[in-house]
Design a protein around this ligand. Sequence first.
Ligand code: PLP
Length: 372
Amino acid sequence: MRLETLAVHSGAQADEETGALSPPLHLATTFLHAPDGTQDHGYLYQRYGNPTQHRLEQALAALDAGERALFVSTGMAAASTMLQALPSGSQVVFQDDLYHGVRALAQQWLPRWGLRARFVDATDLDALREAVTPDTSCLWIESPSNPLMKVVDIAAAAGVAHEVGALLVVDGTFATPALQQPLTLGADVVMHSATKYMGGHSDVMGGALVFARDAEHANSAWEIRKLHGATANPFAAWLVMRGLRSLSARMRMHCENAAIVAQALARHPGVEAVHYPGLDSHPGHTLAARQMRGFGGMLSVQVHGGREKALHVAGTLQLFQCATSLGGCESLVEHRASVEGPEPTSPQNLLRLSVGLEHPEDLVADLERALA
Ligand SMILES: *Cc1c(COP(=O)(O)O)cnc(C)c1O
């Protein structure tokens, strides 16, 4: 079945007891078992696994073409669960343009877990090859990346990782499985912040790990979720599952709107650079066209006039509201350097846009007024 069909039907079998088409929300923390502990119904305790989450995990595995999926409380819980599943003493190679929370984990916490972090420009395959060693257990990339929208060749990165026996993990939050399926390109694990497009309505947090193979690292991640308690509330699983039903339709419109916004910005004299993989001028355009079904709803723009002008534009926009996060129906703008902590890595004149589902001409008019 194709993705649009899977998004509507995976994990969506009618409730056997009532015939309800909308999946039941099971809030139970504990489940009946036999006196000797046999799990008659397949569940023991909510933190280990629960029926609502199980349905969502079936859908997540199907959408990303994986053998197994784990849903956890947040995207960061997914990242730390995966990283903690890696063998102590090993090296993890991260892409340099990286979600700032994962960067903070890598820099501040990996050493405490006995892991060494190294950063590399993953768009440069020679640099990538040079960075991995036989001690590398994991290569961690983001494509498209946050916030510079760099596009990494996932199949080539998988080749580099596998040469040294490392796993390739792809943070696929910006693309979602509707636009990109890293496991079909050779990645071993795809990680998502389900808080973003999967939930899609800025009202639920969640994270996912989808594994190409139900292998040892998938079991370790399952154990870590259980023991560290990263399990999500079943209501969060239920809301993310509802979001998945409309994911492909929403992503199509996010892509259309973002393309119109990106083109309008690229023409504007007040703009220094637009980072959107859908533009011919983007260095990763050809690659993105090959490995993605669409270019997504995220873009970033560098304005003439530095930090001051960027802050002025963000403050003048009306439809694009100043808020962090992304992937909801409403358009958002954020001056990333201001929210990245004491050592920001984003350029000071950069604004990140999450292009929502409003009419694209209203969004363009809003930007043109603010840039004037
Ligand atoms: C938001 C985000 C995360 C973290 O997810 P949370 O759900 O906020 O914990 C990780 N990676 C990317 C690319 C993100 O945008």
